[in-house]
Each structure stands twice: as C-alpha cells, then as structure tokens.
Design a protein around this ligand. Sequence first.
Ligand code: ADP
Ligand code: MG
Length: 584
Amino acid sequence: MSILKRFISYYQPYRVLFFADMFCAVLVSAVDLAFPQILNFLSSNVFTQGRDVILSSIGYAGLLLLALYILKYFCQYFITSWGHIMGARMEADMRLDLFDHYQRLSFSYYDKNNTGEMMSRLVNDLFDVTELAHHGPENIFISVLKIAGSFILLLMINVKMTMLLFLVTLIMVVFSIERNFRMKAVFMDNRVKIAQVNASLQDSLAGIRVVKSFANEEVERNKFCKSNQDFLASKTRSYKMMGGYHAWNSLFTGLLYIAVIVAGGYFIAEGTLHVTELVIYILYINIYVNPLEVLINFTEQFQKGFSGFKRLTDILETQPEIIDKPDAVPLDQVRGEIEFHNVSFRYNNEDDVLHDVSIRIPAGKNIALVGPSGGGKTTLCSLLPRFYDVTAGSITIDGKDIRDLTLKSLRSAIGIVQQDVYMFSGTIKENIAFGKREATEEEIMEAARNANIHDYIMSLEEGYETFVGERGVRLSGGQKQRLAIARVFLKNPPILILDEATSALDNESERYIQQSLEKLSADRTTIVIAHRLSTIRNADEIIVITDEGIKERGTHRELISENGIYSNYYHMQFEGLESATPDY
Ligand code: ADP
Ligand code: MG
C-alpha cells in the first residue's frame, strides 16, 4: 500500500465528519470571495445613484453581509473544533495500530531495536499528524478553490496584470518545491534525533539502579547530553531553514503587491484601468495571496506530519516473522509429548547456536539441560513457544509440528519461569492474574498458596491489593519469583520450562521455591535448566549441551558413572567448591 493511500485510509471511519468539514470550508471561502463582489456591485451600481437609493440599499447590503459573516462564524467554529477532533481521532487510530503491530512483532525485531526509540515513534512522531490530517485536505482543497476563484475574477478585471501576477506566482511555487525537499530531510532528521534522546533516556532510567550503584551518573549524563545536543543541532537546522523559507515567502508576497501597484499605475496612466478597478483588484489579490501563503506554509506542516507518518508506516510494513499459518489449527487436548527433530538454529546470520539437536521428551516426563553458559540452553527452550523459528529441523508437540499450530494455543500450553521475572506496575493480584485473566479471587489465592507466597501476601497491610511498584521494585527477588510461579500455577499449562528459575536466589529462598517448583512440574512435561545440579538429580533424563552440541545424555546415575562433563560438574559442586563451578 502506498503511503498516501494508507494515510487516506485513516479518514475512512470519519467520512461524515470529513465532508462536513469540507463543506464548511467551502462556505467560508465563498463568504470571503463574496465580499469584494458585493463591494464591487455597490460601488458600480449603487454608490453612483442618489442619496435615497444608497441609503435603502446599504441597509440590505449590510444585513446580507451580516448574515454571511454569521454563517462564516458557525462554519469556522465547526472547522476548528471538529476538524481538529477528527485529526486527533485519526492520530489515536494510528497510535493504536502501531501499538497492535508492536505486540505482533517477533522477538527478533525486539533484539534489534531500542525500546526508547520505539516509544518515540508512537508518541512524538505522531504529534504533528493531527494538524496534517485536519488541515491537509482543507488547506489544499480550499486554497486551490480560492486561488482558482480569485484568479478567474482577477482575469475578468484585467488580463495583462493577472498574467504578470501569474508569472511571479510561478517563481514562488518553483522555489517552494525546491525548499520542500530540503525541509523534508531536516524534519526526518529531527525525528531520528528525538528518538535517540528517548532511547538514551529510557536506557538510563531503566538502569537507574545500576547507574547509581556504580556512581556513574556523570557517564550517563554525558551520553544523554550528546543526544540532547544532537537533537538541538538538528532543530537549529530546521529553524534556520524555516526562517529562510518564511522570510522569502513574505518577500515574494511583497513583490506581488509591488508588481500590481506599478503595473496598475501604468495601466491607469494608459487609460486601460479604472482606479476603482485597481482597488477591487487589490482586494482580490488579498484573497489570492492568502491561500497561496497558506499553501506554502502548509508544505512545512505537511513535511512535519508526513515525516512522522512515514516512520509509522515503516514499522507497520515490517512483517512479524512469526505468525499463524493461514491453515493453523489450535493445539488442544495436549498430552505434552515434545520432540526436537534435528533442530538447528542461529540468530540472524551468525553461526549456528544449535546444530542438529534431537531430543524426545515423553508426556509428563522431566528433562534437565546442563552445560556451560552460552551453550544454547535458553535458546533451545525459546524455540518451543516459537519465540524464534528453527532454521532447520522441526519441533513437534504430540506429533504436531508447532508451526502448524496457532500461536495462541501453542503459547497457552507452555508455562515459563525464568531467572529474571517481570512484574507489571500494578497490584499483586493483577500480577498473578496475568496467568489467567478471567481467574476468580479463589483461584488466585489457590495459586499463591501453591507458590508458597499466600501467607506473605496476607501479612501485608493491603494483602492482594498491594502495589508492587514499577517492575516489582517493592518485592524481593524470591518474592517476585514466587509470584511468577503463582502465575504459572494459575495458567496451569501442560508443558513447563524452568530456565534457571532459582539461580538468582540465596540458598534459603531457593530451597523454599524448589518445593513449589516440584509441585508445579508434577504431571507436566518439564524442561529444567538448573544452576545447582542437586535440584535435577531426579530428572528422567539429563542432557549436557555445550556449544559443540549435545555431549552427554542419560539419568543422573548413568552420567555419574560415565565420569564425563556432568560428573565433573557434579563433583565440583558436591565438594562444596561452588566458586570453582564452571561458568554456567
Ligand atoms: P545458555 O542459556 O546456555 O547460557 P543462550 O541460549 O542464552 O545460552 O545463548 C546461546 C548463544 O546464543 C550465546 O552465544 C548467545 O550470545 C547467543 N544469543 C542468545 N540470545 C541471543 C539473541 N537474542 N540474539 C543473538 N544472539 C543471542
Ligand atoms: Mg540461559
């Protein structure tokens, strides 16, 4: 879809408002055009008559003009209020579309893009769209109408002078077009730079605890200063350009008037133009010049609004990599048998992170992944809910290729507990209910009990209504982890992934959480990635993954007797040399 077509499509729901707006705009310009016409009529037909005729006529003329200007008043009111409201509604629609699209985009997109920058597109870039959406069609339509109307009327008064006028206008238009291209680039640059300011701000604020703990405020300030200065420089460029543009425009308007007065005087001296005609002519020039100026100023507004819309379009046209197939079927009555068939995977175009991995997990069984950090354990797990798609091979659940299933049903069947959990700013209850939106109070409490957090929640003054703060800052690591587990209990998925769920915790919390994790994984097909090997001793199968692929597999007993990598790790931990644990 072309960008202009896309823009126009946003008018669709507001057709009635749009046409009403246009209609009012036509009336306003008709009133403007009528005034000199009435004056013309008065001066040539009425003012030349006797006193009585003049007096009776101007009463009517006054009333007629009053009626017209009252009409104009109402139209103007409608245009300014409802025209802008229409623009604001379109802007809101665009914002929502972008938000929806952000939600659809795959992880690979988020790997490459910055949150602050993405926010900037949604917030700042659409600021000027209201003005554009409202004034755009009106300005173009009405200005063209007024210019054409007054040009015809000017021609009727004096052809030669109007031709001269046309020539000056032409120069003005050519100049504007040339300027326009340059402004477009500058406004686009403005947007890129403000997005960088946002990105820098977002990064510093999100990491404020790290910044402060390293006492690195100065470093962050310098980074922010840099993007702030860049934005200032970019804005300075655009204001200089706007200054030049506006100044030249008023000079051209001046030139128009000079041309008319000089040429008009010449024609009066020649006897081909009457003084009254010149006065009327100048009145019409006003009507001619005004929309011309509006049109020229509008190009600036257009470039501002459109450069923002262009950035919106860029994202809307980025296709999410992972979407439902047209004939995708829901995954139902899940038994939970998972199979990785010769799976290879790489991020972007880097080397394979996983190469030809085959794993079969019978329904309800428990497997553990062990290996050095960076071996690809998390990556392997993220393929199952299709956060990324395999580059080769396939993954099946109950014998069905996960790419043939609807994403919603697939992801509903999988519960994940990770090392760092995300809490939304809201209440404890809301955060648990994230696992199942329609959950009852009773279900939420049951989940919290299962996660060993109910008693703690009840000890809080506001209980389940306690605010957790942004990202859950008011909770300890162990508490957050237990809330995350409660979420998954509530979700009750047949398949479970525990990715170093307890690694960030102290021994005490870990032991506590281990109980609820064991409860959680009972009767569910579970993949555990564990930091402390003592917790996976009972796994049905333990798989050792290094960056060279699967190196060992078997039960704890088998692997220990193999005396390989696993047994090595195990003994190191067993002997209490936790600090000597390989980096995983
Ligand atoms: P593990 O969980 O075993 O520690 P990961 O699966 O997190 O290992 O990482 C495996 C490899 O993939 C690492 O080399 C890591 O740098 C790389 N990697 C992980 N996530 C991404 C990503 N989103 N984009 C690019 N490379 C990644
Ligand atoms: Mg990992």
